[in-house]
Design a protein around this ligand. Structure first.
Ligand code: MN
Length: 269
């Protein structure tokens, strides 16, 4: 029997809230169900990674899994990329930013592939030194609507996939390039080593990236991120870009590295 790949999922946070009747004043770490189920559709066992504590550090948490997924959720804090929030409600979650940064660094050191979804793409861009638009509607008037509360994950737009991208190789051109859109932040300046895989049409915001620094030896760390939510999509909806190829790409990279570790009989770290 083959052991399923173990995929660590970085937690979302409900910070301590004195008004919450359940677990009053306690920090809750959570996993959104459809993301877990989307991963499980690829035959893997997702597990939630808590915040490092005591003797158990981020590298110990990552050593226990084969790959890492960053979920969507709250805003990345402008402070994490050297800006002040334009509005108080856009101050983001600095605690979660630091936690995810630690996990991503440990994953890259231990050669665990990283897949970012929505906020995950934005966080990775910031980790690699890029910056974000704090609010697309305010800072880029005339652009598409990328988030709308009423339509939520039913809001969609077209994307253009870059010809030399991993996404283009996976899809072989036989698809509708349409995705959902549930984000009000977006990449402003691209992080070092990131390459654009897809952009929204016609406004040209970055909707997918891969990590591939110029002049480094392949295979380096495997890092990929999308701005849309594959896990919110109905897999039978033929009007949208299929999401299985993205999952396969991540899981193949993850399986390959686990195989390499076990073949070597030692940790790659
Ligand atoms: Mn979008």
């Amino acid at each position: 029997m083959t052991v399923p790949l173990r995929i660590g999922v970085a937690s979302c946070f409900f910070h301590a809230d004195p008004a919450r009747p359940i677990f009053k004043g306690k920090t809750l770490l959570y996993l959104e169900e459809s993301l877990a189920h989307w991963l499980m559709a690829g035959g893997v066992a997702p597990q939630l990674l808590p915040t490092p504590s005591g003797a158990v550090g981020a590298d110990d948490l990552l050593a226990g899994v084969d790959g890492l997924v960053l979920q969507g959720g709250t805003d990345v804090a402008p402070a994490s990329y050297g800006e002040a929030p334009l509005k108080p409600e856009w101050a983001g979650d600095r605690v979660r930013d630091r936690y995810e940064t630690e996990l991503v660094r440990a994953a890259m050191t231990l050669d665990r592939p990283v897949l970012g979804v929505c906020r995950g793409l934005q966080m990775l861009n910031v980790i690699f030194g890029g910056s974000l638009l704090q609010d697309i509607a305010t800072q880029c008037p005339g652009f598409l609507t990328h988030r709308e509360f009423e339509r939520y994950d039913r809001l969609q737009h077209d994307i253009a996939i870059e010809p030399d991208s991993w996404l283009a190789q996976r899809h072989l051109g036989n698809h509708r390039c349409r995705v959902n859109s549930v984000h009000h932040q977006a990449i402003k300046t691209l992080g070092r080593g990131l390459q654009v895989e897809a952009r929204s049409v016609p406004d040209g915001l970055v909707e997918a990236v891969r990590y591939e620094p110029e002049g480094t030896q392949r295979p380096g760390p495997w890092v990929y991120a999308v701005q849309w939510h594959p896990e919110f999509q109905d897999p039978d909806d033929r009007s949208l870009l299929p999401t299985a190829p993205l999952r396969e790409m991540f899981l193949e990279a993850t399986a390959k590295r686990r195989h390499r570790r076990s073949a070597g009989g030692r940790s790659v770290a």
